[in-house]
Design a protein around this ligand. Structure first.
Ligand code: AMP
Length: 279
């Protein structure tokens, strides 16, 4: 596995590979790799002749300085995981490489980025869109892989890629969960043992709601109450939002139908977890 730290070097590597007719799959991450990331790597490795993974904790997408500070960093372990997953290139730029002095362009995304994560984390999707476009321009992949766990993020990236004529296929990969249903996340490492035992309740409730709404149409209000009461009566978590949206437009809807997604954000102390299910 080759480790590349500069934008110019990855651009040279990528042009040479494309000239040689190789397809390139790309998986952007913020590190602290787990089996959810590994699933994206495996899809990319299976579908492309070369796979690039980037590890970059993107300060631009953190709206909260202490969250950025506390974000887990474990490069040594990440190197071993990437190596084991047969990644060809690990792109690990430092902050000065991505945002050198004088950097001043930000991509601002329209309505699809305005509710849910966009509302509760002001500036988050501008940061995500900016870094993803920079990374796609650096790696110039054939396809790029994103997790459905970050449901709105995938929608935002599809919008940006379409709007800015970036020639790259966006592939979304289903959420990987632990044996109790908790969506794997780098932030899970910050949960206490008690919180870790309670957090699977997020998915237990979402799964229950999905099953109920398959047989009867449910109003968004009923779903919101069921979820919020379920979390707040049986765990120490606090619900930041539960939104029931159209899976394509991400606009809020009043009653469920096929093609609806339920998105949630729940705080356990100072750790914020997100999850979603599609009906
Ligand atoms: P992150 O390092 O958290 O920025 O995540 C990098 C990529 O991995 C994003 O596309 C995430 O959506 C994806 N990802 C994170 N957790 C999971 C998971 N549990 N299952 C599938 N994909 C995931």
């Amino acid at each position: 596995m080759r480790i590349i730290r500069s934008v110019s070097e990855i651009q040279e590597w990528s042009s040479a590979e494309r000239r040689a007719g190789k397809s390139i799959g790309f998986v952007p991450t913020m590190g602290a790799l787990h089996l959810g990331h590994a699933e994206l790597f495996r899809r990319s490795v299976a579908e492309n002749q070369r796979t690039v993974v980037s590890i970059f904790v993107n300060s631009l997408q953190f709206n909260n300085a202490s969250d950025l500070e506390a974000y887990p960093r474990q490069l040594e372990q990440d190197l071993l995981i990437a190596e084991r997953e047969n990644i060809d290139v690990l792109f690990v730029p430092n902050p000065e490489e991505m945002y050198p002095e004088g950097f001043s362009s930000i991509i601002s995304v329209g309505s699809i980025a305005k509710n849910m994560e966009g509302l509760h984390r002001p500036g988050h999707f501008d940061g995500v869109a900016t870094v993803v476009v920079k990374l796609l321009n650096a790696v110039a992949p054939t396809g790029s892989y994103f997790g459905e766990k970050d449901f709105q993020q995938v929608a935002v990236i599809r919008q940006v890629v379409r709007d800015l004529n970036i020639s790259c296929e966006i592939v979304s990969v289903p959420t990987v969960r632990d044996e109790y249903g908790l969506a794997l996340s780098s932030r899970n490492a910050r949960l206490t043992p008690d919180q870790l035992a309670q957090a699977p309740q997020i998915y237990v409730l979402l799964d229950e709601i999905t099953k109920m709404s398959r047989t009867t149409k449910m109003s968004s209000r009923t779903i919101q109450e069921h979820f919020t009461n379920g979390i707040e009566s049986s765990t120490a978590g606090t619900v930041e939002y539960i939104e029931i949206v159209d899976s394509l437009t991400l606009n809020p809807i009043a009653t469920t139908y096929e093609g609806t997604t339920i998105c949630v954000a729940v705080w356990f102390d100072d750790v914020r977890l997100i999850d979603n299910v599609s009906i």
